[in-house]
Design a protein. Structure first.
Length: 260
């Protein structure tokens, strides 16, 4: 495994209304690793991603990118760490899908012709080419999710933070996303993914954190965490289908007849 890329130590975060969303969270992800954040609604997954992206400043504790405190790095962090928001409406704000995907490249001042080529290539790869001239607010929710992912993939940050990327995507597109993550890892990228989708998590993750009420309830290999009945109960999760199949085969129950 590569070296530690992004981490935090003893992070607390309190929203202005007093909600204590993170209560002493320590986390780390290594280069080329896929880490998932699991846990019930309101557990603090999104808040942790926002803290890791440098968009929220912890009330206590520190965040490090390659060993440097992100407060020292400032806005430079954005070059290295990209976040796909849970709500695509937080990500998309341009008049057209093309402009939204092109945004980061225009920020770094690439020539427009180069931008066109890159945006078209990525849009083709993601199957959203037909949406490029549309206004983002007119897209379906699933289409928005795909475009939101594209706006980050386009500039290829080293670390991709994704918040519920599979929500509202068709099953076939979820498979596609799994491949995309695997390819990303092959080219040295690092992923931190908050998700309620245990099948997706089991498929892509090397390591998992389970958050409950702003604390790390458990961390470890997805196969171990996701087969622990007590933990699944606490985290309001279910066992991934693949794991259930393996267990069924072992107990011979898979041989039972199905519907008559
Ligand atoms: N802007 C905000 N102001 C006040 N409280 C907030 C705000 N955003 C989130 N919270 C609260 O912080 C806690 C953690 O929320 P967060 O969105 O991080 O959870 P989550 O694990 O991502 O949940 P979900 O699975 O529903 O996306 C919740 O109790 C939530 O109500
Ligand atoms: Mg969330």
């Amino acid at each position: 495994m590569g070296r530690e890329v992004l981490s935090c130590r003893g992070v607390w975060f309190r929203y202005p209304d007093g909600t204590e969303a993170l209560r002493g969270v320590s986390f780390s992800v290594h280069q080329g690793e896929v880490v998932v954040l699991l846990g019930p609604n309101g557990a603090g997954k999104t808040t942790l991603l926002l803290v890791l992206a440098g968009l929220l400043e912890p009330s206590k504790g520190r965040v490090f990118f390659r060993g440097r405190d992100v407060r020292e790095l400032g806005p430079e962090l954005r070059k290295y760490v990209g976040l796909v928001f849970q709500d695509p409406d937080d990500q998309l704000f341009c008049p057209t899908v093309f402009d939204d995907i092109a945004f980061a490249l225009r920020q770094i001042g690439l020539p427009e012709e180069e931008i066109r080529i890159r945006v078209l290539d990525l849009a083709r790869e993601l199957g959203i080419e037909h949406l490029l001239d549309k206004a983002p607010y007119r897209l379906s929710y699933g289409e928005k999710k795909k475009v939101a992912i594209a706006t980050v993939l386009i500039y290829g940050p080293e670390v991709l933070l994704m918040d519920e990327p599979t929500a509202s995507l068709s099953p076939r597109y979820v498979r596609f996303l799994e491949e995309l993550v695997a390819e990303g890892v092959d080219s040295g990228r690092t992923f931190v993914i908050a998700t309620q989708d245990v099948d997706f998590a089991y498929e892509v993750a090397d390591y998992a954190y389970v958050l409950v009420e702003g604390r790390v309830e458990a961390e470890g290999r997805p196969g171990e965490l996701l087969s622990d009945p007590e933990l699944l109960e606490k985290a309001e999760l279910r066992e991934p289908r693949k794991l259930s199949e393996i267990l069924l085969k072992r107990t011979g129950l898979a041989e039972l007849p199905g519907r008559p």
